[in-house]
Structure formats: C-alpha cells, structure tokens
Design a binder for this molecule. Structure first.
Ligand SMILES: Cc1ncc(COP(=O)(O)O)c(C=O)c1O
Length: 411
C-alpha cells in the first residue's frame, strides 16, 4: 500500500445511518431462499411471493412486442410517464373508482414501490409522523423512514379481522401526525374495510387536517360480499390531501414489468415527478406500452384470476383452521392468508421449540420444505403470511405438509 492510499473508513461509517438502517425485504428474502432451495433440488413449495402465478395476458405482451419495434420507444420520454398512459390511468380511475382526475395529477413510476417512496419523500419532513395500521406490508415503514418520517404503528389483531378502529387511530395521533396510511384490501392480512368504515376513517382524517395515503393495488381482488371502496371517491373533500398509489402488478399479473403510479394533488405530483426526473427518469417505455394496453383494456383477465384465487382462498383458510393452535380469519381481499400461530409457539416439534413465528417459519421450511413469511416482517410476531397465488395442487400439498408437521406438536 503506498503512503498516498487513504486508510479505510471505520466500518460503521461506510454505509450511511439512513440507508444502513433499512432491512432486506423479508418477503423477497423468503422467496429467494425458497427458489434457491428449489434450484438445489429440494421440493420446496413457496407461499412467500406476493405475485399472481398466471402469465401476463397475451394482448398486453403483444403491445409490448410492438413497442419494442417502434423507434419512438427507444428514446427518453417524459420523466413522469407517457402522456397517453397518464391519460389512460386517469380514465381507468374514473371507470374503476368513480372519480375524475386530470392527467397532470398522475405520475407513472417503477412499480407501486417507487410510487410509495416518492409519495412519502414528497410529503414528509424530518420528524413527521405517519400512522401505519399493522399488520403492515413490510415496505411501508422503510419508505417512511428513508423520507425522514416516523412510522407510528396501530396494531389490529384477528379479533377485529385485522381492521383498526377510529379510537385506535385517534389514540395514535399527535401534533406531529401528518399522514395516515390506508390499505384495503390489505397485504398481509387480506382485510377489506366496509364502505362505511372507509368513509369514517376519511372523515376522521379530514377533521384533523391529515393527509391520507391510500394503496389501492389490490382494488380488483375482493371476494364474497366484500367491496372495494376508494377513499377519495367517497370523500371528494379529501382529494386535496389524498395520495393514491396503484399499479398493474396484481391486477394484470405484471409484477415483473414494473409499472405503478401516484395520483394526487398537482403540487405533490409535480414534486414527486421532479424527484423521479433525477432518480430514474421515465419508466421503461416498453413496460409503459404494456401498461397502456392493460389499463385501456377490459377486466376479463382479472375476473378469471379472481375466481381461481377465491377457490384457493376457501381451501387454504379451511385447511389452516383444521390445525390445532392455528386461527385464520377469512381474508376478503388480495391473495394472502394471515393465520395466528400463537397456539403452536413453545410446543415441541421434531425436537425443537419455536418461540417465535420467525423460528417456526424456519422450522417449516427446513422440515416441511414449505416457504412462508413470518409475522415479524409485518410488525406482528405470532403470525405467518401465506400467499395463495400458487397452483391449486401445490397449495393443497404445501398446507398438508404444514398440517402434518404441526400435528406433531407436543407440550
Ligand atoms: C400492498 C402493496 N402495495 C404495493 C406493492 C408494490 O407492487 P409493485 O412495486 O410490484 O408494483 C405491493 C407488492 O407486493 C403490495 O403488496
């Protein structure tokens, strides 16, 4: 080493505190581990990934193929999204949610995740608090913290179907509260709020001058008597302080295409667009062309997927509830079951006593070769999340393996 070579930084300073505090996405980690074990020849069945097991519909893929051959799409396009896609998202919002937005209120992003990061970055100053109902999707607190905000959890359990009450929200509100997060249908619980409860939460936010950030990515996946309610649609007065995050991933089986969007008041959307113009510029044009075909088309493909998910939902809930010590409320939306496994913790299974859902998930992967995500990833230890977006046969085989393993539990 020459004298001019700078000495290495102490380890603690190599990564900033802000980014160093971000943990790996637990859901992606479980999925990666399951795929690695599978690649190594183990017959692992994965309930980890939050993605439909169907291919993207042909007409969407065809639009992308055509876009590939069009030199117009080989160039940079406006950072905030193709104008025709923004207009189509505005039209789709009117069709599906029943309220009017202008294309200038839309920002096209690299998936719902980037939409969230940019929305929180555009809204939050250091110390601003965001009320986050838990169990929450693992990305929310990280995106809030990176923006300098403080996530404030409000926990609901299986006794209320994982739905928080206004009293709980009110107890969490402080002088620093700026935003309340509202997600229905929910990942990880599949909970859906009724139209009346949705409106009541919106009114409470309005009364206290709070922003509402609502994630509507599972809008088309509701079952039985449940209905999706878009909060800015039922409360027009809230629209000046409401940000909608959405995307094509779940509705059109397009997780890999990476197209989402933010809808909100023009000033916030402009600020988020400015951020994106420096961070990533436009979303890949081929993906935007595919998304344009998706949102401009009908909802036939999602209707077919919904039917399959509904069938699997009933099977998985029934089979999970057959296990001693496991309680699984019926999810009304999305494609996740979120059973409590508290009744199994501490019991002896194959010589091990799992004291946490994290340990139990590891045991299930090791002994039953089934991948599930522990509740720790969603702010509520004592639960497991199982995505039922996998084939019917694998689903039954996977849950049967869990049933057999947990049947061995002894005090
Ligand atoms: C609730 C919720 N919001 C947003 C997303 C982000 O979706 P994507 O970034 O794939 O568009 C997901 C994906 O799992 C999700 O479950």
């Amino acid at each position: 080493m020459s004298a001019a070579t700078p000495s290495p930084e102490p380890t603690a300073r190599r990564v900033s505190a802000r980014v160093g505090a971000i943990s790996e996405s637990a859901t992606l980690a479980v999925d990666a581990k399951a795929k690695a074990l599978k690649a190594a020849g183990r017959p692992v069945i994965g309930f980890g990934a939050g993605e439909p097991d169907f291919p993207t519909p042909d007409y969407i893929v065809d639009a992308a193929v055509e876009a590939c051959r069009n030199p117009k799409y080989h160039r940079y396009t406006p950072a905030g999204g193709l104008p025709e896609l923004k207009a189509a998202i505005a039209a789709k919002t009117l069709r599906d949610s029943g309220y009017e937005v202008d294309a200038s209120q839309v920002l096209v992003t690299n998936g719902g995740k980037q939409a969230l990061y940019e929305a929180f970055a555009a809204l939050l100053d250091p110390g601003d608090e965001v009320i986050v109902p838990a169990p929450y999707w693992t990305t929310y607190p990280e995106s809030i913290r990176l923006a300098g905000g403080v996530p404030v959890e409000v926990v609901a359990d299986e006794s209320t179907g994982y739905r928080v009450s206004i009293e709980q929200l009110e107890a969490a509100r402080t002088e620093r509260t700026k935003v309340v997060l509202f997600v229905s249908p929910s990942n990880p619980t599949g909970a859906v709020y009724s139209p009346a409860d949705t409106e009541a939460i919106g009114r409470w936010a309005l009364e206290h001058g709070l922003w509402v950030l609502t994630d509507e990515i599972y809008e088309h996946l509701v079952y039985g008597d449940a209905t999706f309610t878009s909060i800015p649609a039922v409360l027009p007065e809230l629209r000046e302080k409401c940000i909608v995050v959405n995307g094509v991933a779940k509705t059109y089986a397009m997780t890999g295409w990476r197209v989402g969007w933010v809808i909100g008041p023009k000033d916030v959307v402009k600020a988020a667009t400015n951020l994106q113009s420096h961070a990533t510029s436009n979303v890949a044009n081929v993906s935007q062309a595919a998304a344009l075909a998706a949102v401009s088309g009908d909802l036939e493909a999602v209707a077919a997927m919904r039917e399959a998910f509904d069938r699997r939902r009933k099977t998985i809930v029934r089979m999970l509830n057959e296990i001693d010590g496991v309680i699984c409320p019926e999810p009304e939306g999305a494609f996740y079951a979120y059973p409590s496994v508290k009744g199994v913790l501490g019991k002896e299974i194959r010589g091990k006593r799992s004291q946490s859902s994290l340990e139990l998930a590891a045991l299930i992967l090791e002994e039953a070769e089934v991948a599930v995500v522990p509740g720790e990833a969603f702010g509520t230890p004592g639960y497991l999340r199982l995505s039922y977006a996998l084939g019917d046969e694998d689903l039954v085989e996977g849950v049967s393996r869990i049933q057999k393993l947990l049947a061995e539990a002894k005090d």
